[in-house]
Design a protein around this ligand. Structure first.
Ligand code: 13P
Length: 344
């Protein structure tokens, strides 16, 4: 197995022109995705769908890494090649979602804390054996009435930092994902306030627990108004506010920030990333790479094009490759919305 170097691999994960494909849907979430195209969620259908994604022509050009779910890391291609080997051979780092999901937080009705620390050291050792190079842990912060509470932010930040320290101990790069959800009718200013508090406490805990910032990747939400808010902001406003918050709260030692898409459409997620990667419009050079680690915003069109039919695999792979290419261009501010029509 390749000797793991977390600083080198963290830089590789956020290499210019590339991004991370989040394909780590849990068994419940992938079932929802497959239900939406009337495909039964059998182990072989899940395997086949993931194979389609990982073997899309051009995947190695646009993806620096792919995040897998436990089941997928143990699966192989139709030709019997373990997925982790298939990805390594294509120059793509395999990663693994290691959290056990967001559970109700005692004493804070309506709020969640992500679980999965018990036995994590032993699980990480196995994931190294299975070929993983990095890990992911997602904390979920909801905005509402009195939410989030300080208790929720602290509990999630603490768990993220303990997970990150354990990952680095195992030689795995942690993707630290504190997600402030888009659900709700709050405005962008409220999202800004909560995102800043979330990031501030997260980096405080990462410092407390001796996490090496050079050997991690941050996966945050963008600063956007809630989905039900009547005032939605322009692409430029979202880009400027997101960069402002990140400049305030993310140390320059972090090599890269790879955004989640969180329910944005494919084109919105690309347009926002593109605008943030125009340094002149963002007040000068940024200290970290700004990249993508999208799930839905990379897979939505591909899933619709596939619909479980073998004949549709090339069209589905082309749809994924198109999104990957658009986001790759957005890494350097070279994306234009007209490119979507050109491809259609
Ligand atoms: P979305 O881009 O669909 O939000 O998924 C990213 C992810 O990994 C969520 O944990």
């Amino acid at each position: 197995m390749t000797k793991l170097n977390i600083v080198e691999n963290a830089a590789r994960m956020v290499a210019p022109g590339k991004g991370i494909l989040a394909a780590d849907e849990s068994t419940g979430t992938i079932k929802n995705r497959l239900d939406s195209i009337d495909v039964p969620s059998t182990e072989d259908n899940r395997r086949g769908y993931r194979q389609l994604l990982f073997t899309a022509p051009g995947a190695g050009d646009y993806f620096s890494g792919v995040i897998l779910f436990d089941e997928t890391l143990r699966q192989s291609s139709t030709d019997g090649v373990p997925f982790s080997k298939l990805l390594w051979d294509n120059g793509i780092l395999p990663g693994i979602k290691v959290d056990a999901g967001a559970k109700d937080l005692a004493g804070s009705p309506g709020e969640k804390v992500t679980e999965g620390l018990d036995g994590l050291r032993e699980r990480l050792a196995e994931y190294v054996e299975l070929g993983a190079a990095f890990t992911k842990w997602r904390a979920v912060i909801e905005i509402g009435g009195n939410m989030p509470s300080r208790a929720c932010l602290e509990a999630n930040a603490h768990a993220l930092a303990r997970y990150a320290a354990l990952s680095q101990e195992a030689g795995l790069v942690p993707i630290v994902e504190p997600e402030v959800l888009m659900d709700g009718d709050h405005d962008m200013e409220r999202c800004r306030e909560v995102t800043e508090a979330t990031l501030q406490l997260t980096f405080q805990e990462l410092f407390n627990q001796n996490v090496l910032l050079e050997g991690m990747v941050l996966k945050p939400n963008m600063v956007v108004a809630g989905k039900q808010c009547s005032r939605q902001n322009s692409v430029q406003e979202v880009a400027e506010m997101t960069v402002k918050v990140l400049r305030r709260q993310v140390p320059g030692a972090v090599p890269g920030i790879a955004f989640l898409s969180g329910g944005q459409s494919e084109e919105e997620a690309t347009a926002h990333l593109n605008a943030m990667n125009m340094p002149d419009a963002m007040g000068g050079p940024l200290p970290w790479e700004l990249s993508f680690s999208y799930g839905r915003a990379l897979q939505a069109s591909a899933l619709q094009a596939w619909r479980g039919q073998a004949d549709n695999v090339p069209a589905a792979q082309a749809a994924l490759a198109h999104r990957a290419k658009m986001n790759s261009l957005a890494r350097s501010g070279d994306y234009q919305s007209g490119m979507e029509q050109d491809a259609a």
